[in-house]
Design a protein around this ligand. Sequence first.
Ligand SMILES: CC(=O)SCCNC(=O)CCNC(=O)[C@H](O)C(C)(C)COP(=O)(O)OP(=O)(O)OC[C@H]1O[C@@H](n2cnc3c(N)ncnc32)[C@H](O)[C@@H]1OP(=O)(O)O
Ligand SMILES: O=CC(=O)O
Length: 524
Amino acid sequence: MVAGVQIHTKVSEQAQAEILTEGALTFLAAIHRTFESTRQSLLVARESAQQRLDSGIPLDFPAETSQIRAEPSWHCVPPGPGLEDRRVEITGPTDRKMVINALNSGAKTFMADFEDSNAPTFKAMIEGQVNLRDAVRRQIDFDSGGKHYKLSENPAVLIVRPRGWHLDEPRLTIDNVPISGSLFDFALYFYHNAKELVKRGFGPYFYLPKMEHYLEARLWNDVFLFSQSYIGMPHNTIRATVLIETLPAAFQMEEILFELRNHSSGLNCGRWDYIFSFIKKRRADRGAVLPDRKDVTMEVGFMDAYVRLLIQTCHKRKVAAMGGMSAQIPIKGDDKANEIAMNKVRADKLREVTNGHDGTWIAHPLINKIAREVFDQHMVGPNQYHVRREDITAAGVRSKRGDRARVLRGMDRWQRVHPTQLAHGGRRDGGNYARAAVAVGAPRVALDTGEPITAEYVDALVEEVEPEVRKAVPALKEEHLKIVKDYLKSQVRKQWPSEFLTSDLMPYLAAADGVPAKWRKSSL
Ligand SMILES: CC(=O)SCCNC(=O)CCNC(=O)[C@H](O)C(C)(C)COP(=O)(O)OP(=O)(O)OC[C@H]1O[C@@H](n2cnc3c(N)ncnc32)[C@H](O)[C@@H]1OP(=O)(O)O
Ligand SMILES: O=CC(=O)O
């Protein structure tokens, strides 16, 4: 074991021999020791920024960087090999079957997700690294249910999403400090694959989630420079697309691109987390309560403005403005419902391409055809850098029906991702369930009926939807139902709801992985 590095959970022989090798651990230790204190200070700065917002000082474009925004001459680097045309990108977790299915989906790229679509047990994180290493080398296959899975001739280009800066990886400490989840995911993938990827004509490509400040982008850029030097790779080989999915980041798109300009391959409209961030960041502003979720469409003013600004910013700096994820996936056994859902996807993709996006996201292989048709029809070349956009408006109500849907979704999602529920196929999207839980508790305002939103109102909703959750999750255990009910009820009673459910959940995963109590930082 490398000095100062401790692993607090059982690790398989394969993980030790192939992923947590001495060389990889030495790299993890070096990167952690170089960057951890900066990460911590940036996380503290997030809290100070929230306090300023709570005190009524609104967000604005930063004064200190006005010259960066005004200066027309700087541009980002050209796309990395394989990233020139990104019209359809599939996303999904890193388990073996899904990695193969995603790479074979016909999409141009695959965003392999260590973040929101993944419940981060240590086993999942390490097996994900094994799967990606094998995928990079085109040596990945899998047998299940009598079916043999192997790579097709022309697989999608691999992009990896590490966890966000806010998440720790408590199962591995360095000098008695948990390593950052971002650094753990990034560094293991980079260390094992960067050179191989370049040899094969691609590069180490990343999606960077949930940043709240351009200094956080600078930290990533510094990590890239350090890592490339460490393995003797030319600078500016890495490419990173940043998800603009927090409200503060929407005011710093230019600065984020500027910080990463020698590694940037664009920005993405991470719409779901963006809505979630809007709710959290403006938690103290009673004038900023969102209506029912169904009314927060991409057409409402603040979402439309966010999309247009992102497209405008990216095209000014000559990088891809990526669209996002429609909520719908194919519905089995109900043709009519499926047709309605797929029409919604088609309309969403059409909105994106005609707005000027250079590509879009899909969550399921069967959606590739729809997205592809729409983009092929409206985007003739590999991108639309020539397109510019502008303008704004907003409206909607908050109703009990909408809140009921939020509670139901929150409870159902939690059940599916709880570690002990993983056995029955749980795998969903952290942003969504976190938002569902928090959205209920955040703004204590009135409903469309004039009825106040109180803790008791939420308690009653939770009880009301319980039978539906039981029906949706047949293997439900009483203890887990109690956890989720208590969680939702406690959220609405706090002054402010939790920042991220994924952070709240980690102590459960860590406990299940046998991590000693002192490393399980947050608790419910
Ligand atoms: C807000 C955000 O961060 S969005 C990004 C994060 N979220 C995601 O990436 C979600 C990705 N999507 C998924 O995980 C899945 O589509 C789910 C969980 C929603 C549904 O998965 P399933 O219940 O397996 O769907 P379904 O039964 O229709 O799948 C059919 C086949 O497609 C495969 N499949 C479905 N989605 C994907 C995907 N995203 N990538 C690769 N394969 C997929 C399944 O593995 C299955 O394969 P098989 O026939 O060989 O067994
Ligand atoms: O991460 C993507 C989103 O839409 O949120």
